[in-house]
Design a protein around this ligand. Structure first.
Ligand SMILES: NC(=O)c1ccc[n+]([C@@H]2O[C@H](COP(=O)([O-])OP(=O)(O)OC[C@H]3O[C@@H](n4cnc5c(N)ncnc54)[C@H](O)[C@@H]3O)[C@@H](O)[C@H]2O)c1
Length: 217
């Protein structure tokens, strides 16, 4: 699918698509050949109309009474999310969170491969963390440029995040997955995605307060 033909979707849809993908891959493993929006909706406790709209945006075409052929719908979602080819990423800041992300095997399944990890701490540089040798941050811009890496995962101490972002951009990084609480200032061509556990926790705590934890999402 070319960039021109590719449809875009709202953030709530984009966030639901990986949930569908996980379920559909599991159904395929269990030997299912077709998946219907109704079944997906029921399994995930979602509104069938929402699921049908989400799946339609991927361009997959369902068969009357059968639903979507499993391989076609899985491929359509992967293609839509840009997960059909893995994109190389670097990770900067191999502390608690960085090390955990390096050890998370699911990342590759979600279209991203961490090809190198960097830190500034001499005690960490040169060590192997979850199978990756940690490199000196000073080498990052040049290495990122040489390897044509597009994504930078930012798990450094908050106070250095802007400096590290500048170095990533110098290295040609076009998208930063920012786990730090720092508001980064980047040029327009750089895509920023902030990850914040506190935001999800806020939703959880507030719902618990209002709903008493009795109702389901
Ligand atoms: N998004 C979330 O929900 C979430 C959750 C936990 C932590 N965090 C944030 O993630 C970041 C990392 O947290 P942590 O608990 O892993 O901290 P940590 O102190 O264990 O790790 C930070 C790492 O960054 C390295 N570092 C510092 N300056 C650097 C530089 N200039 N270049 C390269 N590496 C450098 C440090 O040596 C250290 O290894 C923090 O900013 C924290 O606030 C976010």
């Amino acid at each position: 699918m070319s960039q021109l033909e590719r449809k875009t979707a709202g953030v709530p849809t984009l966030k639901r698509l990986p949930l569908y993908l996980r379920l559909l891959r599991k159904m395929k493993e269990d030997g299912e050949e077709y998946a219907s929006g109704t079944v997906v909706a029921k399994e995930l406790g979602l509104d069938p109309i929402v699921v049908r709209k989400d799946l339609a945006i991927t361009g997959a075409v369902g068969r009357p009474r059968l639903g979507f052929p499993m391989d076609e719908i899985i491929e359509a979602i992967e293609e839509f999310l840009g997960w059909s080819n893995t994109t190389d990423a670097i990770l900067v800041g191999v502390g608690n969170l960085g090390a955990a992300l390096l050890g998370y095997k699911g990342i590759e399944q979600h279209g991203m491969r961490i090809v190198a990890a960097f830190d500034s701490d001499p005690e960490i540089i040169g060590t192997t963390v979850n199978g990756k040798t940690v490199l000196d941050i000073a080498k990052m811009p040049e290495l990122a440029k040489r390897m044509h890496v597009q994504i930078g995962v930012m798990t450094v101490t908050a106070s250095v995040a802007q400096d590290v972002a500048n170095a990533m951009i110098e290295g040609g990084i076009r998208a930063i997955w920012n786990f730090t609480p720092t508001n980064l200032d980047v040029p327009d061509h750089v895509i920023l995605q902030r990850e914040e556990l506190a935001s999800s926790l806020a939703v959880l705590s507030h719902r618990l307060l209002i709903e008493g934890g009795r109702t389901k999402a």
